[in-house]
Write a protein of this length. Structure first.
Ligand code: 5RP
Length: 225
């Protein structure tokens, strides 16, 4: 089974959790896209809250009705991918630069299900570079504060994410700094330190947010709680 087969199996399993009448948070990334496709195929009467412009576009193409987060009182179920799944369902997210909207939708959700291929499970978070969303104004100075924090946590300094078109800009108009790979020994303390920096909008550590994980493996989809 390829990693993509595993992502698809997890996405399809998650689509089975959805019932008509639900408000559903739609994650971002290739695994979440499998979920969105499987959900659209079920033709349920639901409304989706997209976590990125890219997911909104895909959902619209597939005929899923969309609603803005601020136009609903609550989200019943959010299904989203992750870059790493660590102990106690701690996560790194934001590889697709959508961490801010993702976290806002997750935090408004009654139930959050993370879907992934087997390679995303790790014993400790940090091999995947932790994304941090930073406002553009003064970002070089913010980057220096982040480098100080990285040093405190025995991590290497973060770097601004670039593509061939220049600095990566998020849907919210901010930048992404990626922490260099390392072992994050104290995710909660790191999360708190990152949030304390003026200029940091949010970071990709999702702690105590996932209720369960559906992980595609060669032996089938495994449910973790
Ligand atoms: C986007 C995310 C994605 O969920 C994460 O990057 C996983 O992506 P994929 O499913 O393509 O492996 O956090 O911001």
């Amino acid at each position: 089974m390829t990693a993509d087969d595993q992502k698809k199996a997890a996405g399809e399993a998650a689509a089975e959790l959805v019932q008509s009448g639900m408000i559903v948070g739609l994650g971002t990334g290739s695994t979440a896209a499998h979920f969105v496709r499987a959900l659209a195929a079920r033709k349920l009467d639901i409304q989706g809250v997209p976590t990125s412009d890219a997911t909104a576009e895909l959902a619209r193409e597939l005929g899923i009705a969309l609603v803005a987060l601020d136009d609903v009182k609550r989200v019943d179920l959010t299904v989203d991918g992750a870059d790493e799944i660590g102990p106690a369902l701690s996560l790194i997210k934001g590889g697709g630069a959508a961490l801010l909207r993702e976290k806002l939708v997750w935090e408004a959700s009654r139930r959050c299900v993370v879907i992934a291929d087997a390679a995303k499970r790790v014993e400790a978070l940090g091999k995947f570079p932790l994304p941090i969303e930073v406002v553009r104004f003064g970002h070089v100075h913010t980057g220096q504060r982040l480098a100080d924090i990285a040093a405190e946590f025995d991590l290497l300094p973060p770097r601004p994410r670039r593509s061939e078109r220049g600095l990566t800009i998020t849907d919210g108009g901010n930048l992404i700094y990626d922490m260099s790979p390392g072992r994050i020994e104290s995710p909660a303390a790191l999360a708190e330190a990152l949030k304390s920096v003026t200029g940091v909008v949010d970071h990709g550590l999702f702690l105590d947010l996932a209720d369960e994980a559906l992980v595609g493996t060669d032996a089938g989809v495994v449910r973790l709680t």
